[in-house]
Design a protein around this ligand. Sequence first.
Ligand SMILES: [Zn+2]
Length: 84
Amino acid sequence: MALFMISCEKASELSSKALDEKLSRREAFELWLHAILCSLCRELKKQLQTLHLGTKRILDDPDPTCRLSPDAKKRISQNLKKEK
Ligand SMILES: [Zn+2]
């Protein structure tokens, strides 16, 4: 079991990676196992997902009430891509 136990740092890395790409079976298993044992990382994973969905919605949504100019959306989108 200890063999598969990853650090919280690694778990948060995998959590954010999982939002952008499919994890390998091993990575998914390690993250799953860590999340069972670590409530902190479970919470972080949830928050990351909410944040990710929220950001995606703002960038994708052509809602006219959204105050971001197309230019600002583009900049945010580019910055998000850079961080990956
Ligand atoms: Zn953890």
